[in-house]
Each structure stands twice: as structure tokens, then as C-alpha cells.
Design a protein. Structure first.
Length: 232
């Protein structure tokens, strides 16, 4: 879709804009948000009426936690494109601004009912988070329960969904269940989208203990163990 939008530009402008957009993607992958912003702004100066360019700038602001700017760019992109796929990100930006009620309003809008499956999952995650923000932790759990339990671990959103469900359980004081869902999230997270493994301590380097024999150990026998416990 973005490629088609760029075709509305002159050849030189389209090529220059495309180079900036590629650079944005690479910088975001490296979490170099300053470089990403510089290229996104350069693309917007070249092609400010292209919805995909404004969406890209919005995503950069979103990744930087600049919620007001992200929301403004998402609204502009939505107006230019006439599409609603940015509603989950807009709702999450409202959460970032401390306005969970507005996030819930967006989630309950008629447009939200027409979102694609992946976007509906993202919106469900945002709704659950907004419920936690409002102190409605039981509702946060309920909102994701069936979706998380029925979801395939191979789904592209599995890790994020399981992580969000675990976070809701944790907020509701259901620590043991939360730990299990963090574990399931870590299992599904082949791309490192969450910090589930870190929360569980699964990414920590094992502690190595030097059990080498000292000068006084030569008569102790080569086959004896230190405490009978397998190495950790």
C-alpha cells in the first residue's frame, strides 16, 4: 500500500522518501530512536500528504513515548487514508497520556468492530491495560481470558497476548497464574517482543562455581562429589 502511495510522487521524490523510510525501519530495529526520528521527519517534509509517511512518523513518536505527537500523526494518517487500522495505537497513546477512558471509547467505536484480526487482538490488549489503569483488574483479566486461552502459540501476536494476560493476572493478585502465563509468553516469543524471559530470569547466565581440586584435595578421590547434588 505504501509503495502505491509513493507512486503519486515524482520519481526523484518517491525514491528519496523511500530511502528515508527504509532508514527509519533499520533505526527502529536497532532502537536508535533519534536517527529514526530524523529520517521520519525528513520523509514527512518530502511527502507530508502521504498517509503511510505520516503513520511512520507517528510510530517513531510512539516508540519514543511521545504520546501527543504520536496521536496527532496517527489522526492525520487516518484522515488521509480513510482507514482505521491505527485505532489500537491511538487508543494506547491515549493510555500513555493518562486517559484510559478515551482508550475505551475508541475501542467501543463502530470502526473498531471492523478491525482485522491482528488489530482486534491489539485493541483487546489495550483495553485490558486501560482496565488495569482504572483499577478494574478483574475486568482486565476477563477481557483477555478466552482470547489468550484459545489462541494458537503460533499466532504472530501470541507472545504479546500471553504477556498482556499475565500482566492482568499479576495486577489482579493472581501471581502463580501470572507466572505460568509469563512462561507461556516467553515460549512463544521467538522475536524478543516482550521481556517475559527476563522477568522469569530465564535469560540470566548460570553461575559457574570453580570446583577444581586444590593442593590438599589430591587424596580425596577423583570420583567423589562435593555435596551429592548435580551441577546447576
Amino acid at each position: 500500500m505504501l509503495r502505491a502511495e509513493l507512486l503519486t510522487l515524482s520519481k526523484d521524490n518517491a525514491e528519496g522518501t523511500a530511502r528515508h523510510l527504509v532508514a527509519v525501519g533499520r533505526a527502529l530495529d536497532e532502537e536508535d530512536f533519534d536517527t529514526a526520528l530524523a529520517h521520519a521527519q525528513a520523509a514527512a517534509k518530502r511527502a507530508g500528504r502521504v498517509a503511510g509517511v505520516r503513520e511512520t512518523l507517528g510510530v517513531v513518536h510512539y516508540r519514543r513515548g511521545e504520546w501527543t505527537k504520536a496521536l496527532a500523526e496517527f489522526r492525520t494518517a487516518r484522515r488521509l487514508s480513510g482507514l482505521d487500522h491505527l485505532l489500537p495505537l491511538m487508543a494506547d497513546a491515549e493510555r500513555g497520556l493518562g486517559r484510559p477512558e478515551r482508550a475505551l471509547d475508541l475501542a467501543s467505536s463502530p470502526e473498531a468492530t471492523r478491525l482485522a484480526p491482528a488489530e482486534r487482538v491489539e485493541m483487546a490488549i489495550v483495553v485490558s491495560g486501560a482496565r488495569v489503569d482504572l483499577g478494574q483488574t478483574a475486568a482486565a483479566v476477563q477481557h483477555l481470558r478466552d482470547l489468550a486461552r484459545a489462541g494458537s502459540p503460533q499466532a504472530p501476536w501470541a507472545a504479546r497476548l500471553r504477556y498482556a494476560y499475565a500482566a492482568a493476572l499479576e495486577a489482579d493478585g493472581r501471581t502463580a497464574e501470572a507466572q505460568e502465563w509469563y512462561r507461556l509468553a516467553a515460549e512463544a516469543d521467538s522475536l524478543g517482543e516482550t521481556d517475559a524471559a527476563e522477568l522469569l530470569g530465564a535469560d540470566e547466565e548460570p553461575e559457574l562455581i570453580d570446583l577444581g581440586e586444590g593442593p590438599d584435595d589430591e587424596d580425596a578421590g577423583e570420583s567423589s562429589s562435593v555435596d551429592g547434588t548435580p551441577g546447576r
